[in-house]
Design a protein around this ligand. Structure first.
Ligand code: UD1
Length: 417
């Protein structure tokens, strides 16, 4: 398996282009199954998760090909209804095909995604949503079996805000008879992107960007063409890289309107952030100020930036706290950050951090995408050599990260172990 070798410390400086958002592309790919014909998605990042979803679409009978950053999906022969365990276990987002397969074919067989590195991650709300729309759902031998005649519009009130369940409910409701009202819908920009693509396919959706979505189902969706928004987590990671290294990084093609909470946290740590016409300039302080972060649903501070901000605060001038209210167990990076010399105490979902002046390079290993990027950030400022093992996770979510970091002056290389 490949690993990254990083020589530190280095101050990052220069320009970086932000790629399209992974978490926006994946539901759009699933949504293409709702239409007969060829849909196109632009600004698609070249990621392992995108390739996994392409494999899944092909297994379902669709033709899918990525040409540069344009993904074409032709569904005219997409008659499959099963998302097999082998693919679903490598990527939870495969669950997105549940709503579209059910709505299109009246049945779906999708492997249960199971837990993940940082906790159980249930799917009860996805199932509740499709049951409310009239599906019969059975769990058997590790698979979800869902079936129905044409789905029927209804009211779905989510007890907690869930990105994935909102997306699945929206896709299923798009081909349902009548009106569906989704209450406590997730507000994340990636959910709004899906809604906009469905609208361009002919579904009427009211309330996009709010917590109440009203969806007027249609008999059939037209293929759509959609350009994906910039990845706010990737942009936040490079911004954090500027801050942790005391560097100066200009982010191109990012959307600052999606990044207020992250930018506010970085400003509180002493960074200067200038929103320019087409870019955002992030200048890090010599050494970060401590801070207090609580992850929340959008527009709050994203759980997907929790590990990266932790790397920054571990080198701050005093005590910081980080509480993850979305995933209380999402702390697998803590023991790895300690290997650089970080001083972190965990108390349930609260991390108490005593900032240290320097990190020492170390061999480390991550168990999820964002934890891996936090370890890379730590390696950029650590004295000496850092080896980050299991780069597989980075490949899932970061487009050309070695190239982009080297462009900013980092000394990082990928080697086969
Ligand atoms: C998505 C993102 C992930 C991000 C997360 C939270 C994708 C592909 N993944 O994941 O990167 O970290 O949003 O912003 O977009 N919950 C339930 N029952 C359910 C579903 C969720 O209780 O059926 C809970 C979860 O345990 C969690 C909360 O709802 O506490 C939010 O999770 P959710 O928004 O569903 O996350 P995902 O869509 O899986």
């Amino acid at each position: 398996m490949d690993k990254f070798i990083i020589q530190g410390p280095r101050r990052l400086q220069g320009d970086v282009e932000i790629s399209g958002a992974k978490n926006a592309v994946l539901p759009l790919m699933a949504a293409s199954l709702l239409a007969r014909g060829e849909s196109a998605i632009e600004n698609v990042p070249d990621l392992r998760d995108v390739r996994t979803m392409i494999k899944l679409l092909r297994i379902l009978g669709a033709e899918a090909s990525l040409d540069g950053s344009v993904l074409s999906i032709n569904t005219k022969s997409a008659n499959g209804i099963e998302a097999p365990y082998d693919l679903v276990r490598t990527m939870r987002a495969s669950i997105y095909v549940l709503g579209s397969l059910l709505a299109t074919h009246g049945k779906a067989r999708v492997s249960l995604p199971g837990g993940c590195a940082w906790g159980p991650r249930p799917i009860d709300l996805h199932l509740m949503a499709i049951e409310r729309l009239g599906a019969r759902v059975k769990l058997d031998h590790g698979y979800i079996y869902a079936s129905s005649k044409r789905l029927k519009g209804t009211e779905i009130a989510f007890p907690v805000s869930s990105v994935g369940a909102t997306a699945n409910a929206m896709m299923a409701a798009s081909l349902a008879r009548g009106t569906t009202v989704i209450r406590n819908a997730a507000l994340e920009p990636e959910v709004s992107e899906l809604a906009k693509a469905l609208v361009s396919g002919g579904v009427a959706i009211d309330g996009i960007g709010t917590s109440t979505l009203t969806i007027e189902g249609t008999q059939s969706l037209n293929p759509f063409r959609h350009r994906v928004i910039p990845d706010r987590i990737e942009a936040g990671t490079y911004a954090a890289a500027a801050v942790i290294t005391g560097g100066s990084v200009r982010l191109h093609r990012c959307d600052p309107s999606h990044m207020e909470a992250v930018f506010n946290a970085l400003k509180a740590s002493g960074a200067e952030i200038k929103i320019e016409n087409e870019s955002v300039l992030v200048e890090g302080p010599k050494r970060a100020e401590p801070g207090h972060i609580v992850t929340r649903e959008y527009p709050g501070f994203p759980t997907d930036m929790q590990a990266q901000i932790m790397a920054v605060l571990c080198r701050a001038k005093g005590f910081s706290t980080i509480k993850d209210t979305i995933y209380p167990d999402r702390f697998t990076h803590v023991p790895e950050l300690r290997r650089f010399g970080a001083d972190i105490r965990l108390d349930g979902n609260l991390a108490v951090i005593n900032g240290v002046p320097s990190f020492q390079g170390a061999p480390v290993m991550a168990t999820d995408i964002r934890a891996s990027s936090a370890l890379i950030l730590a390696g950029l400022v650590a004295e000496g050599t850092t080896e980050v093992l299991r780069v597989y996770h980075i490949d899932r979510g970061y487009d050309r990260i070695v190239e982009k970091l080297r462009g900013l002056g980092a000394e990082i290389q990928r080697v086969s172990d």
